[in-house]
Design a protein around this ligand. Structure first.
Ligand SMILES: [Cu+2]
Length: 711
């Protein structure tokens, strides 16, 4: 089932680990006629002795057995991944209670940041799963090589080398209630000299009805085109270039007073991989990427698309000419060099450097007079430059250790903090907002030094059972919004500080970086009949960056401050083969986040959640049922303005089936939320303009049908 030959000997446990969930979730696909084609061909390009117990690789085919199709939305079927919803597009993931830039997301080794300050387009929103072979989800910290940050986890969308020869894939699907339709075409050719791969994806999401029959605005339309060209001059060497363009039009956001007519991301990559020995270097990985995004949101283009009951609000926007638009840009440049050296038969070291730079700018413009209301991101740049080294050492046949260290210099700069918006005499510059709210009078230049370290120990307790323990110190710098966002504060007629409309949102340039001291441990067992694993983590955070509200004259200010926090959690997952054709699997995830400075809970912490699945495979026909559930969340923090209420428990049932018609054609169908339950997740969204908090209801019953043909 798994292409074992591609792994080095030391990764045996890694394979076990993949097997657990591969069986548990991908049972249908694993036994199907097309199983071999759904698996990624993974090329191990460096010797890696230590296994990676916390990470999990999900072949993209198995994530598609649902009506969900948006990048972040799909991840929510993975145990331990939650996601906040603002509309149909841009579901923003949470892992171990951490979200946004606490998670590192790479798309085929490219770093990228969306253009929307309110995260209508988080990195996962550009990850159309149709163009990737697998997703690797690291919950917690198991490597330092992806840069400083990623304290909660790392999500890696991966593309494998095409198979030898000429191949193609056509996928089409349609559904209702959120999933309107999708179509993908892909061709690839690989020969001795190199390879090419080209793909085109078109997908449409519709507004949907929740379980109570209420309409939720969330439609969108995405076009994604890309090409990958690789040269393989020698057997162990390749150079790869890729370019892709992802455009999402007309994305409606029920959870925002603005919608997004347009979002365009262009990604360019240049990669070099070598496993040829040069001196003491046994392998080289070099990456260069540039990801440029343009985002436009406004409060008037789609006013007519509002349901009748709410349309009056938007008619008023037009009538009083309160039309506003926010054009934004976000450009991310990244480079990474990682070298590997085998020091002895039992010891290997990987070392290298990362450079990352993100430039972001966001304006808020009053349409009637084309005047600037605020510079929400006042031309903000964050640069990270770091070096790392990770040592993998095999102590004996059943014991391994990994030790890593990294050092980063972080520089941040906002060049427009003194520019005063021209709309009204009472509007103030970003610098004036920082001074009024935080007493900051600096020049908008920030320098930080980050130290990170990691140690892991793994012990094979028996042939099918492994235990690991890890400790890490990682850091995360404040992102461009947390540090420099500037919106909504002004002066009143008397010249006093005022928050018009009671909702100013002001970043904090005085923030220290978060420092996470984290321990985690886990044990797993995989046999032919059953398997299970248990992991636990405890994360002591100094200077956790808390989003909070404070009251001022005329209203409230949303900003950020450093606190001390404690996060901890456990995850359990197991499977049991009832027969050779029937598999029962289940998982539970729990996390708790506490603000120790103020003795409060931390808002937006997901409750206990889990799943129970039963899958059966009879010849070419596979079918299954998946019960997803979350407990109520009573550990909330209303003072932050993010949690408005306790969230009730919910459970929904999904049914799905697949049938391999022949070796190249397969059809899949299913119904999500069979009983049409009305439910929403505890993690939600806030509207930048109004400060309103939204926990949008998830889609009610949604049927779907997909077909994939490969040659
Ligand atoms: Cu936006």
């Amino acid at each position: 089932m798994l292409t074992l030959s591609i792994y080095t000997e030391g990764q045996a446990m890694n394979i076990n680990r993949q097997k657990t969930l591969y069986l548990a979730i991908g049972f249908l696909l694993a036994n199907g006629a097309m199983a071999a084609e759904t698996l990624p061909v993974i090329t191990v390009e460096a010797t890696q002795l230590a296994a990676t117990l916390a990470s999990e690789i999900y072949p993209s085919a198995q994530l598609k057995m649902t009506s969900k199709q948006e990048g972040g939305d799909l991840l929510r079927n993975i145990l331990g991944v939650d996601g906040s919803r603002m509309g149909g597009h841009g579901i923003d993931p949470t892992i171990r209670g951490q979200s946004q830039t606490q998670l590192t997301v790479l798309l085929d080794d490219a770093y990228l940041h969306g253009g929307c300050p309110n995260r209508m387009d988080p990195p996962t929103s550009f990850a159309n799963i149709e163009t990737y072979d697998s997703v690797r989800v690291i919950q917690g910290v198991e490597t330092l090589q992806y840069g400083t940050g990623g304290t909660g986890g790392t999500i890696l969308y991966e593309r494998a080398l095409p198979q030898m020869g000429t191949h193609g894939k056509v996928e089409a699907g349609a559904g209702d209630n959120g999933y309107k339709g999708s179509a993908t075409a892909e061709v690839s050719h690989r020969g001795e000299q190199g390879y090419v791969r080209a793909f085109a994806v078109n997908k449409d999401g519709s507004n949907y009805k929740d379980g109570d029959g209420n309409l939720v605005r969330g439609s969108y339309s995405t076009e994604h085109h890309g090409a990958v060209i690789g040269l393989t001059p020698t057997a162990g060497e390749r150079v790869e270039m890729s370019a892709e363009k992802i455009v999402t039009h007309n994305a409606l956001f029920q959870g925002s007073s603005m919608d997004a007519p347009y979002d365009e991301m262009n990604i360019f990559r240049l990669k070099y991989r070598s496993s040829n020995k040069i001196g003491f270097v046994d392998a080289i990985k070099a990456d260069l990427s540039y990801a440029a995004d343009e985002h436009l949101m406004d409060n008037y283009s789609f006013a007519s698309a509002y349901p009748a009951g709410k349309r009056a609000v938007y008619n008023a926007v037009i009538a009083n000419d309160k039309r506003m638009k926010s054009p934004t840009t976000s450009n991310t440049f990244a480079t990474k060099l990682a070298l590997s050296s085998q020091l002895s038969t039992t010891t290997a070291i990987e070392y290298g450097l990362n450079l990352n730079k993100v430039d972001r700018h966001a304006d808020l413009v009053k349409v009637a007079n084309n005047m600037n209301m605020s510079y929400n991101w006042p031309s903000v740049t964050t640069e990270k430059a770091g070096i790392f080294a990770e040592l993998n050492h095999k102590l004996s046949t059943d014991r391994r250790i990994k030790a890593g260290i990294r050092f980063d210099q972080v520089n941040s700069d906002a060049s427009q903090i003194n520019t005063k918006p021209n709309m009204m005499p009472t509007t103030i510059s970003a610098a004036q907002m920082y001074e009024r709210v935080h007493g900051y009078t600096g020049d908008g230049k920030i320098n930080e030094t980050h130290w990170s370290a990691l140690a892991r120990y793994e012990l094979d307790l028996s042939q099918d059972m492994t235990w690991f323990a890890g400790v890490s110190r990682t850091m995360r710098t404040a992102d461009e919004t947390e540090r420099f966002f500037a919106n909504g504060a002004s002066l009143n007629a008397a010249g006093a500080f005022n928050t018009a409309g009671s909702s100013a949102w002001v970043g904090n340039p005085t923030l220290n970086p978060e420092t996470h001291l984290q321990i985690d441990t886990g044990i797993n067992r995989d046999t032919n009949e059953y398997g299970w694993r248990a992991t636990a983590f405890y994360d002591r955070v100094d200077d956790y960056i808390l989003r909070d509200q404070s009251s001022v004259t005329n209203g409230k200010i949303t900003s950020y401050r450093n606190i001390d926090a404690t996060l901890y959690g456990v995850q359990l997952e197991g499977y049991y083969k009832l027969s050779t054709a029937t598999l029962l699997s289940s998982g539970l995830n729990y996390v708790n986040s506490h603000n120790d400075t103020n003795s409060r809970n931390i808002a937006q912490t997901p409750p206990l959640s889990g799943y129970l699945a039963l899958n059966q495979q009879v010849g070419d026909l596979g079918y299954g049922a998946r019960l997803r559930f979350q407990n109520q969340q009573n550990d909330i923090d209303t003072l932050s303005g993010l949690d408005t209420q306790k969230t009730p428990a919910w459970s929904v049932l999904d049914l799905y089936a697949s049938h391999a018609i022949n070796k190249s054609v397969k059809v899949m169908a299913g119904v999500d939320n069979v009983f049409d339950h009305a439910y929403y997740q505890h993690v939600g969204r806030t509207d930048t303009l109004t400060g309103g908090v939204y926990n949008l209801y998830e889609p009610g019953r949604a049927a779907w049908l997909k077909m994939v043909a490969k040659f």
